[in-house]
Design a binder for this molecule. Structure first.
Ligand SMILES: [Ca+2]
Length: 93
């Protein structure tokens, strides 16, 4: 039982970081270790937040900068997905 609780706690603590890390590697087309403005343009939300996410103004989002902006984008998407689900359940569009 202790192992299950430990795994649950570890999942809550590290899963968001793992998810953003996987997304980071997907966005980093040339595997340079950073997301350029051009690579960020594949996501409208990321492109819109690129300047504010690029905290050191080097024109590239490193993994830490991306993890922070990913949290913002994910939080902003959640209500929309919930609204769509509610509308689908009610038969609306
Ligand atoms: Ca940067």
């Amino acid at each position: 039982m202790k192992h299950i609780v430990s795994l649950a706690i570890l999942s809550v603590l590290f899963l968001p970081g793992c998810v953003s890390s996987g997304k980071f590697k997907n966005m980093d087309d040339d595997s340079s270790g950073g997301i350029s403005r051009q690579e960020a343009s594949h996501s409208q939300a990321l492109a819109d937040l690129f300047n504010s996410a690029d905290e050191n103004n080097d024109g590239v989002l490193d993994e830490e900068e991306y993890a922070l902006v990913y949290q913002v984008i994910s939080k902003n998407r959640a209500p929309t997905q919930q609204r769509r689900k509610m509308m689908t359940e009610k038969g609306g569009r």
